[in-house]
Design a protein around this ligand. Sequence first.
Ligand code: CO
Length: 170
Amino acid sequence: MKYTVIFAAIAFTLASCGGGSDKTDSGNNNATQQETPNADTETAKPEPVTLTIDGNDQMQYDKKELHAKAGQEVTLELTHSGTMDKQAMGHNWCLLKKGVDMNAFAMEAMKANDNQYIPKGSNQLIAHTDLIGGGEKTSVTFTAPKAGTYTFLCSFPGHHATMNGKFIVD
Ligand code: CO
């Protein structure tokens, strides 16, 4: 009888010690986080984002899809992980406006060899980078268009067949 009482007492003590070592006052954290909501939440623009894509000597991008939000400030960083120069294996990143035919644009771009393969005065692009060669990098910053699926490509002659993908705006 006596032993039972003692064991019970010990068990109780151990239990309360264990319980007592819990993280204290988790309720307090909530109080300090309450300052965040503000009136601008609904109209706030999405945070700027940096997207990266690489081109190589095999005439390939490392991504077939990129994502952004409507109205978001996007910085697209293009790298060229190959070693060939830009006369032989130049890469850029061109984002076409909705409804622009990629093949037709690429045909036109091919003739613009004095302008980094960007047709002069073209209004078919949302954004484009400079043309780079192996080991180089460049970037362009632009505002993501309205929600939808857009096409990106490299406009260096012959590259768009393998170097293209979808820019998806949510
Ligand atoms: Co290219």
